[in-house]
Design a protein around this ligand. Structure first.
Ligand SMILES: [Zn+2]
Length: 535
């Protein structure tokens, strides 16, 4: 009898355990911090105590997650997170590309048929995304579930939201308001209208941005004033004054832009009852200001340091609010990023005493490509264009001058590789063909290349070289580790803290979440569910 009782007892325990492990989160909050690098968590660890700290201390931290493709930009980054597909599959191969037919520049999220709503926003939709995303997969199985995507940047909100979210909102830097387009809504929902009417910027943005902590806390960063940093007002050092006539724009290069988006996300949770019903909702939040601050001052600046300390606090408050609303075991938080960043070249050379440099594209590289084109024109006895600045080649004129496709490419490759700063050239044939001679970064460029929208050739610049037109600021966009390595952390929903060091990729995020939600996803998805993310 005793034995039977024990058996029943353990059987019930087992059933409860299985039911618990199968219980889906009521809310997934996926936070993408634009241009976030994993190194920040370690570098500032002792000074963090809010949301960033909670992610690194309580989450399953994947320490070796990369994009695994070359175009480390915001559009491809966010499309990859939500679709589980490389740019070669999602069609979002870059922030902008040149249409091979019209040779016109296309923005990854533009849509001229998407009109303003209530007189605001418009112009953008996921029209250019050729696959579906996590939110679409969920809504196909559970149409009542809600998917909401918000960000300061249109392309981040739109590409994470997928094809048919309930709402996608982004920040309008002229008006200081959160806007959408007619693709998503006929009218602005009441809660968003109220949020805008409360005029967040006027109410919350201080007159200037001061350091949060005592000066000693920033000593590890080297000097605040550094050549190569953006000049704000008269210098590149703290404090930074906001000008009343420019503050709607300046807020983005400060922690307050992210605070605005988090407050807007909070309003969406309340009004749309996200995570408060017996099903799963998804909230995508794109926090863009790390990118603006990083571009302007670099990833080792006092500005990025202070920005992250303030973001840590704002995110901490946001996370505990969401846990109170939806119940702490019911929310699965995910933190990742769309790409990394190259250190400011001047910081590398003057402070870290390493090697890095600016490659002045307009004044140095382009004239050399023009020289190469002139030389080829002479050889082919033509005055017609041969190499466009947008990455197209005039194969037809080359053929008339008796250069075969291959011969022409060999000439172009040889010429381009002789130009300072150009490390490799990948032609369309190499990016789409299966028999291309393997070489470093070929796979990265292939996974970035969506043939119907791709140029005739793509360039790999040298490592630690910043292709730029300006003497200040830094950027991203390469296949190198500094641009490719991103954080990936899953936290909450009863997950136990862990560190996973094996190589993983951002394409794995969407299938991992789809598996947790038990929703099927298309066979075209490039990533795989991460088995470590289980209760
Ligand atoms: Zn970005």
């Amino acid at each position: 009898m005793k034995q039977k009782f024990a058996f029943v007892f353990f059987f019930v325990l087992f059933v409860v355990a299985v039911a618990f492990s199968r219980q889906k989160p009521k809310l997934i909050v996926l936070v993408s911090i634009d241009q976030m690098i994993p190194e920040y968590f370690e570098r500032y660890d002792k000074q963090l105590s809010g949301g960033l700290k909670r992610f690194s201390a309580e989450g399953i931290v994947f320490t070796n997650t990369t994009l695994n493709y070359a175009s480390s930009e915001t559009g491809p980054g966010h499309a990859t997170i939500s679709t589980g597909s490389y740019p070669a599959t999602s069609g979002i191969l870059a922030n902008e590309w040149y249409d091979p037919k019209t040779l016109k520049r296309v923005n990854c999220a533009e849509d001229s048929t998407a009109k303003p709503v209530d007189g605001e926003g418009g112009g953008f939709s996921p029209k250019n995304l050729v696959v579906t995303a996590l939110g679409d997969w969920l809504k196909a199985e559970s149409p009542v579930s809600k998917v909401v995507s918000v960000s300061a940047k249109d392309r981040a909100a739109i590409l994470m939201g997928g094809k048919r979210p309930n709402h996608a909102f982004w920040y309008d830097r002229k008006s200081g308001r959160m806007v959408t387009s007619s693709y998503y809504a006929k009218a602005i929902p009441e809660w968003a209208r109220k949020f805008n009417e409360a005029n967040w910027v006027e109410k919350n943005l201080p007159g200037s941005w001061w350091k949060l902590k005592p000066a000693g806390d920033y000593e590890m960063d080297g000097p605040d004033e550094l050549k190569g940093e953006m000049i704000w007002g008269m210098s590149s050092s703290f404090p930074h004054q906001f000008a009343i006539e420019r503050r709607n724009d300046q807020i983005l290069t400060s922690p307050w832009g992210d605070m605005l988006v988090l407050d807007f996300a909070r309003a969406a949770i309340d009004a749309e009852k996200l995570g408060q019903r017996a099903l799963t909702d998804i909230l995508f939040i794109g926090l863009s200001c790390t990118d603006y601050v990083g571009h302007s001052f670099g990833p080792n600046s006092h500005e990025i340091h202070d920005h992250l300390l303030r973001l840590d606090q704002a995110l901490g408050t946001f996370i505990s609010d969401v846990e109170k609303i939806a119940g702490s075991g019911n929310v699965l938080f995910v933190l990742s990023s769309d790409h990394g960043v190259m250190p400011l070249p001047e910081h590398v050379t003057n402070v870290a005493k390493g090697y890095a440099r600016r490659l002045l594209v307009d004044s140095v590289t382009v004239p050399k490509v023009t020289g190469l084109e002139r030389q080829l024109q002479k050889e082919l006895n033509t005055s017609e264009w041969l190499i466009s600045r947008n990455g197209f080649l005039n194969y037809e004129v080359a053929r008339k001058g008796k250069f075969s496709h291959r011969r022409f490419e060999e000439k172009v490759r040889e010429g381009l590789l002789s130009i300072d700063g150009i490390a490799d050239v990948f032609f369309k044939r190499e990016l789409t063909g299966k028999k291309t001679r393997p070489r470093q970064y070929l796979g990265h460029f292939q996974r970035s290349y969506y043939a119907p929208r791709g140029e005739d050739f793509q360039l790999l610049f040298c490592e630690n070289c910043l292709p730029t037109t300006r003497p200040t600021g830094t950027s991203h966009g390469s296949a190198y580790k500094y641009d490719n390595h991103i954080p990936l952390i899953f936290m909450g929903w009863g997950l136990k803290p862990a560190r996973v060091t094996r190589e993983t990729h951002s394409v794995d995020i969407a299938p991992t979440l789809a598996r947790i939600l038990d929703v099927p996803y298309p066979k075209t998805v490039d990533g795989s569910p991460l088995s470590e993310v289980r209760r």
